[in-house]
Design a binder for this molecule. Structure first.
Ligand code: H53
Length: 829
């Protein structure tokens, strides 16, 4: 009865100690408790790693409190919610970020120091969560931080890979891949929800039945896998709101396959069941090509099906019917990877909830928005129809139905233009029939979003031209962003403090537009001095790291010149290397006296190559071969060093970016959809040397192109240059450095032959030859500016001051207002 309930509640409150306390003394007690009972070790003897584990558990306890409050508050207020579906999240480390966002930084530092530990050292024990490849995945992580900080009622959904992105090990200058078994020592940040699990079906057949005069589809699966939820709390900065990143792990289904168990082959039956877990085993390490592999398709469907079952279940918990589904839910497709969600939502609502096709179609078209991160039509994802039909027979039917209706409508609009109909069809006809996942996503989403202004232009004119002409109002852009919490506050604490001191407030941490306030001080001698001091300290940290990882000693007076990102031909790390070779060649041929005028450089390159990407792997080897030669040449000394930083990941970026003087963003115009690394460097006062591509165009507008070093063919010139082919002349210096590589000046002559051919004459698709001269000019301009310390520091301060627009807070606000229609829902403290 209710009397019992009341007594019980009173008892519960009586037993409750109030919220966890966050003063240093309470933190110490909690840390030691976790040392003894969770880790478990003796409180009289534990090391940095164990201190990290215990600390992480105390943070998690506090996150859980806030998580519960937030979710309860969302449930009570029932606002429209956003679900962000992404197959990749590059979260990196969590300890510092969580502690800072929750506002317990000083308390933790003090608590640990009294126990004889250093917070920074303890934080460095954490392994990166690398459940993603590159820009797309890190952007997802930044968006989660902004969603939480801006109090949006949002959740992320993804896959809990056992193995994250491979570890890059360099042996003899070659990249080798090693598995990243990041869960080996446990993951204190996740909450396993054994009771939140869903069956996900595969294979089998679809039976049609007529019930009450209506055709029903009954999918009888051939395989079932259980999806178990693991929740990762995401704390906002300066708010109690803590949102959720729910990742699914595959487990053998609880429903036994009686058939095989009864045949007496018990051992094999158990072993087969275990195969279910392979679905969430490993992240695909290739971010741009899709090979139509069954396992990949299974991953996509697995995470999408579990997420939608979860979303529909939550909706049904507090709504009597589906009438206002699309007023309460926004579903964001992060690229085409989660696009089977469209067919899955239709299947659930039609086959399981028995709604009518037209009702469901309306819902689907109202809830989905789709962000594409691609510029080249060739790399758009396609799924072989046979594969889909065998794995997801019911979904194939649904896709055919969607396409049939779409084609009929389209004929009415554009007439019988069969070429265009064939191009726009969701099904690509041909020897191997395929599903065009992008076409599906466009047809079924209310908005299609590009990741920068330039990217939208390419979508309109190249990638999705036909669709743009059909539905111009569907197409928009939201320029990417990065979170200043991780990329300034966590990774550059000294700069953070300096900024707050000069702005007289910390509010820029959640209102980043305030950074423009630095502009008026850019020439102030005293700010400049502090600024230089902070930057030099960061360089020192980086220099120590370089020495430890590559054995090269570098001078802090040199310009630290950095290019870190995935290795891709279009990103032109090769252009960088050829520039370094040219610089080396110049130094070698100089009179002794002239060397005094050389601006010393430390050229730093880092990034992973997809395991099957041969050209990219050769670029890594070339970097090592050139480094070997230069770094050991007594004629060069500190004037030039070349360093490859191995195993580039989020935490390496946090160390490298604050210590960079110059950063390079060299993509051939029209090839980088946006780019977000450039924004992180900008925030940290690093000058950019870059082409006019992707988001760099917008950075140049904000910053003034005179405050960066811009070079290279512009977008409108690229197509014409390619048409000219052989007639595009590369400068003599270009031919010379290529010849050095080809003739074996750096050894490995045969191995580098094919690499040289990729940039030879008419093969030079990415226009390295054409852009080389202007690249060298931009480099010379950077040298010249670096010598003038006052000017350089001013440019550096102006860079940080201009970075406000490139916060993911701005991006998320734009999405929230214009695309998702969600509003802040702030949990009271
Ligand atoms: O997505 C980033 C962009 C960046 C773009 C990147 C990306 C991937 O990381 C993987 C696949 C893909 O098609 C695109 O290259 O320019 O900033 C986030 O939008």
């Amino acid at each position: 009865g209710s009397g019992d309930g009341k007594a019980k509640a009173e008892r519960m409150f009586g037993l409750m100690n109030g919220f966890l306390k966050n003063d240093p003394y309470s933190l110490q007690k909690d840390i030691l408790d976790h040392v003894e009972f969770t880790v478990p070790r003796s409180r009289f003897s534990f090391d940095d790693f164990e201190a990290y584990q215990a600390c992480a558990h105390t943070v998690k306890d506090r996150l859980i409190e806030r998580w519960h409050d937030t979710q309860m508050y969302f449930k009570r207020k029932d606002p429209k919610r956003l679900y962000f579906l992404s197959l990749e999240f590059l979260m990196g480390r969590s300890l510092s970020n969580s502690v800072i966002n929750m506002g317990f930084q000083d308390q933790y530092a003090e608590a640990l120091s009294q126990l004889g530990f250093d917070f920074e050292v303890v934080a460095e024990q954490e392994a990166d969560a690398a459940l993603g490849n590159g820009g797309l995945a890190r952007f997802s992580a930044c968006q989660m931080d902004s969603l939480a900080t801006l109090d949006y009622p949002a959740w992320g959904y993804g896959l809990r890979y056992q193995y994250g992105l491979f570890r890059q090990v360099i042996i003899d200058g070659y990249q080798h891949e090693q598995p990243d078994y990041w869960l080996n020592f446990g993951n204190p940040w996740e909450i396993e929800r054994v009771h939140v699990s869903y069956a996900v079906k595969f294979h089998g057949t679809v039976e049609e039945k007529t019930i009450d005069g209506e055709v029903r589809h009954d999918w009888v699966p051939g395989e079932m896998v259980e999806a178990v939820a693991y929740d990762n709390p995401i704390p906002g900065y300066g708010t109690r709101n803590t949102i959720n990143l729910r990742l699914w792990a595959a487990k053998p289904s609880g429903e036994y396959d009686m058939e095989s168990f009864n045949t007496g082959d018990y051992i094999n039956s158990v072993v087969n069941r275990q195969n279910a877990e392979t679905i969430s085993n490993v992240l695909y390490p290739d971010d741009r090509s899709h090979q139509g592999k069954e396992l990949r398709l299974k991953q996509q469907y697995f995470f999408v099906s579990a997420s939608l079952q979860d979303i529909v279940r939550r909706f049904k918990d507090s709504h009597p019917n589906f009438e206002n589904f699309s007023e309460k839910i926004a579903l964001q497709l992060n690229d085409t990877h989660p696009s089977l969600a469209i067919a899955e939502l239709m299947r659930i609502l039609i086959d399981e909830e028995h709604l009518k096709w037209n009702t469901v179609w309306k819902i689907v078209c109202d809830v989905f928005s789709f962000t594409t991160h691609t510029v080249s039509p060739e790399s758009l994802e396609k799924i072989p129809v046979d594969l889909l039909g065998s794995l997801l027979p019911r979904h194939l039917q649904i896709l055919y139905d969607i396409n049939f209706k779409f084609m009929e409508d389209l004929k009415k609009k554009i007439g019988l233009d069969y070429d265009r109909l064939a191009r726009m069809s969701i099904i690509k006809e041909g020897a191997v029939k395929q599903i065009r996942v992008a076409n599906l996503s466009i047809v079924c989403s209310h908005t299609v979003i590009g990741v920068s202004r330039a990217h939208l232009e390419l979508l309109k004119t190249r990638v999705f031209k036909d669709f743009y002409e059909l539905w111009p109002e569907k197409f928009q852009y939201k320029t990417n962003g990065a979170t200043q919490r991780r990329w300034i506050v966590v990774s550059n604490p000294n700069l953070c403090a300096l900024i707050s001191r000069w702005l007289g407030t910390e509010s820029w941490i959640h209102n980043v537009d305030l950074l423009t306030g630095l502009r008026e001080h850019a020439a102030d001698a005293s700010l400049q001095q502090d600024w230089q001091k902070v930057r030099r300290m960061n360089k020192m940290r980086l220099a120590e790291y370089i020495e430890a990882t590559s054995g090269v000693t570098v001078s802090l007076d040199a310009m630290f010149d950095v290019q870190i990102k995935r290795i891709h031909e279009y990103k032109r790390q090769l252009l960088n290397l050829l520039g370094v070779i040219h610089r080396y060649d110049c130094i070698k041929n100089m009179e002794k006296g002239d060397k005094r005028r050389v601006v010393p450089r430390v050229c730093i390159i880092g990034g992973k190559a997809a395991p099957g990407y041969e050209v990219a792997k050769k670029i890594i080897k070339l970097c090592h071969a050139v480094a070997e030669k230069i770094n050991n040449d007594p004629d060069v000394g500190d004037l030039l060093k070349l360093v490859f930083i191995p195993d580039y990941n989020v935490s390496v970026a946090e160390l490298v970016i604050p210590g960079a003087d110059l950063s390079q963003h060299l993509s051939t115009a029209g090839h980088e959809p946006s780019g977000t690394g450039n924004m992180k460097f900008l925030m940290n006062g690093c000058l950019l040397l870059a082409t006019q591509d992707g988001s760099t165009i917008e950075i140049a507008e904000e910053l003034g192109v005179d405050n960066m070093f811009s070079f290279g063919a512009k977008l409108h010139e690229v197509a014409a240059l390619r048409e000219k082919g052989l007639a595009v002349k590369a400068p003599l210096q270009f031919a010379r450095v290529i010849r050095m590589v080809r003739d074996g000046y750096f050894g490995h002559k045969d191995y580098f032959k094919s690499l040289c051919e990729t940039v030879d004459g008419s093969n030079d698709f990415y226009l390295l030859g054409h852009d080389f001269a202007s690249y060298l000019e931009a480099q010379a301009a950077a040298d010249k500016a670096f010598v003038d310390k006052e000017k350089w520091t001013r440019m550096s301060i102006l860079s940080t001051a201009a970075s406000g627009r490139f916060s993911s807070d701005r991006t998320i606000q734009e999405y929230a207002e214009h695309t998702w229609g969600i509003e802040p829902c702030r949990c009271p403290f």
